[in-house]
Write a protein that binds this ligand. Structure first.
Ligand code: ADP
Ligand code: MG
Length: 639
């Protein structure tokens, strides 16, 4: 394009999103830094992964993120510059990645945010639940420029640095070759020209605070912050200055930590000591001092990754903010389990397993064959993949979020070697086992909490008990049902409450109804009247579950809407009832005969029943036949 500026109009969704971001998420300004650092981290990870197959893109130069705040000379404004040495973007990528909405989650956000109104009051939780991405820049900036250059590759042998530039109130953005040339070498530099109400972010202490709050865990690469401090040093020409310090106030020309050694604070201290010694020895007049500005790149995330630390020293807040940043889920996790282990053939690992605080609608809409996306496999602290392919968790467990860091896997894993790796083959089993242990621990130690867990994971337990034969009993034990007698019963509790002689677990299933409605059913009447508890099943999964497991602790399930229903106390009054029924059958023979001929196309038989108390008649399914409920489901799935 030869230096020409190309103007593009935003996709209409982007324009909408920007408007919402700018207008209604005002009180959440500070998240911009979390989003931009997370993008920089993604870009670095992409570069490293690309380098596994395309060696030329990375020769081992430092991979890092730098943040620098620059105040305008007049003190009236300033800018924040966030730079990474990652994968960078071509001009086409700048256009599509920053000018269109690639993320599906963002559209959800749009719908919800607009639904809640744009007064800025209703969106407090939304901002937490969604990553807003690049557009959060406009929370603090009225102009944003993104300079970027991808690495040299076979496809792009001569990349050229380009700039994306956009103002908060423009409906368009511009892409043009960077007049400064290819100064980045590789990567992306984002410059935020701060709005007048966002100037607090120019203070390095503020930036430090935000990185610690939102991002200290989200980057596996070093994040450096440019800081300047004034230092008093003796005004002697021969005093050696620390190698990292320059006495210039021109922040724009400071080397990045990639060019120089990172800060060594003790070097500064060494100078101070020297000075003291000398003054004691000779007792000359105190040396003349002068102020110099010392520039430093301070690493903000120097702590080792959380999963490598001792869980005793990690607070709940730390576990939560790690979860938020690392999995980009800004809701509170329900529980977690931090463990280490050994695969048995030499691979030792550390892991943290999280139960998310919600199972989304989206999860249920995904096909049964879909595999987990949130098992983040690291090797020696380096992210490798979250796609375990055939070794991913099955649907019922695929919502779990886990970071696993293995010691001894080959770092240079290709998909093929991954698939044949023994550790990975075992990983699925290890995770499911630990997950069930975590549920069991809560179940046994904290009934109050388990109630919350069951509220969120109830359907998961049912799906798991259907899908996972090995863990069926454990998962089915966690399930809860409403009954004719109480709001919540486990299958074990049901059996404890069994009447003497009762040989079946009674249930009535009708999906989409309320338990109260089922309780009114004629099928339930007689059992209830006799003091039997009946499970009232309203979820489609319930009936599938019972059909699959068939019995609990050797007591078979009995659908009370099916023939073959036996009460446990029948033996005592069986004789009476038999006599009574015989008498009735004789008495009503003309009616039965008439009904049989009249309804012969609709029913197989008409009999006198002892199952009804108040209702005059009922239509029941044959033993072994489908209930109305299952027939409905089958009809629906055939449609
Ligand atoms: P998300 O990160 O969820 O994809 P964002 O709005 O944060 O959404 O970013 C949009 C896209 O822009 C990213 O997917 C990526 O392709 C690109 N991008 C953003 N920041 C960078 C960066 N620092 N380096 C390279 N690409 C980037
Ligand atoms: Mg992002």
């Amino acid at each position: 394009a030869g230096g020409q500026k190309v103007k593009h109009n935003y996709q209409s969704d982007v324009a909408r999103l920007r408007k919402i971001v700018i207008n209604s998420l005002y009180s959440h300004q500070e998240i911009f830094i979390r989003e931009l650092v997370s993008n920089a981290n993604d870009a670095l990870e992409k570069l490293r992964l690309t380098a596994l197959t395309d060696k030329g893109v990375w020769n081992g130069e430092p991979l890092n993120i730098t943040i620098k705040a620059v105040k305008d000379e007049d003190g009236k404004g300033g800018r924040i510059i966030i730079t990474d040495t990652g994968i960078g973007m071509s001009p086409e990528e700048l256009t599509t990645n920053l000018g269109t909405l690639a993320k599906s989650g963002t559209s959800d956000f749009l719908a919800k945010a607009e639904g809640q109104g744009q007064d800025g009051t209703g969106n407090g939780n939304l901002i937490g639940a969604f990553g807003l991405g690049f557009y959060s820049s406009f929370l603090v900036a009225d102009r944003v420029t993104v300079a970027s250059i991808p690495p040299k590759s076979a496809k792009v042998p001569e990349p050229a640095q380009h700039v994306f530039s956009s103002s908060a109130d423009d409906a368009a953005f511009e892409i043009f070759p960077d007049p400064r040339g290819n100064i980045l070498g590789r990567g992306t530099e984002i410059t935020l020209f701060l709005k007048s109400d966002a100037l607090e972010y120019l203070e390095t202490d503020k930036i430090k605070e935000l990185i610690h709050k939102h991002s200290s865990f989200s980057s596996s690469f070093p994040v450096y912050l440019f800081t300047q401090r004034t230092e008093e040093v003796p005004d002697e020409d021969d005093v050696e200055e620390p190698s990292i310090s320059t006495s210039t106030a021109d922040a724009d020309t400071t080397e990045t930590p990639a060019d120089s050694e990172s800060t060594k604070v003790d070097e500064d201290e060494a100078i101070v000591e020297d000075v003291t010694e000398e003054s004691e020895k000779k007792e000359p007049p105190p040396p003349k001092m002068k102020s110099v500005v010392v520039d430093e790149w301070v690493q903000l995330n120097a702590q080792p990754p959380i999963w490598t630390r001792d869980s005793k020293n990690i607070s709940d807040e730390e576990y939560t903010s790690f979860y938020n940043a690392f999995f980009k889920d800004f809701t509170k996790p329900l529980a977690w389990h931090h463990f280490s282990g050994d695969s048995g053939d030499g691979v030792s690992f550390k892991a943290i397993l999280y139960l998310p605080g919600q199972i989304t609608e989206e999860y249920w809409q995904q096909p049964l064959a879909s595999k987990s996306k949130d098992i983040k496999l690291m090797v020696k602290r380096t992210f490798i993949t979250s796609d375990l392919g055939d070794h991913g968790l099955p649907k019922w467990a695929s919502w779990v979020k886990v970071v696993v860091d293995a010691d001894d896997l080959p770092l240079n894993v290709s998909r093929e070697t991954l698939q044949s790796n023994r550790f990975l083959k075992q990983l699925k089993g290890i995770i499911i086992k630990r997950m069930i242990q975590l549920f069991t621990k809560i179940y046994e130690e904290d009934p109050e909490k388990f109630r919350e867990v069951e509220g969120i994971y109830g359907s998961i337990f049912k799906l798991g008990a259907v899908e996972d034969l090995k863990n069926r009993d454990k998962l089915a034990a966690f399930t809860r049902f409403t009954t004719t007698q109480r709001n919540e019963t486990s299958l074990d509790m049901y059996l404890e409450n069994k009447k003497k002689g009762q040989k079946q677990i009674f249930y009535l299933a009708e999906m989409g109804k309320k338990p109260e409605e089922l309780a009114q059913s004629i099928f339930v009447e007689k059992l209830h009247a006799r003091g039997y508890e009946v499970l009232l099943l309203t979820e489609p999964l319930d009936e599938i579950l019972f059909g699959n497991i068939r019995q609990w602790k050797n007591v078979p399930f009995q659908d009370v809407a099916k023939a073959g229903l036996k009460f446990g106390d029948e033996e005592q009054d069986l004789e009476d009832e038999k006599q009574e029924q015989k008498r009735m059958a004789e008495k009503f023979k003309p009616l039965l005969d008439w009904l049989k001929t009249e309804a012969k196309d609709a029913v197989r038989d008409v009999v006198i029943s002892n199952r009804l108390v108040k209702s005059p008649c009922a239509i029941v399914a044959e033993t072994g036949g489908y209930t109305a409920n299952v027939q409905k489901m089958m009809a629906a799935s055939n449609a």
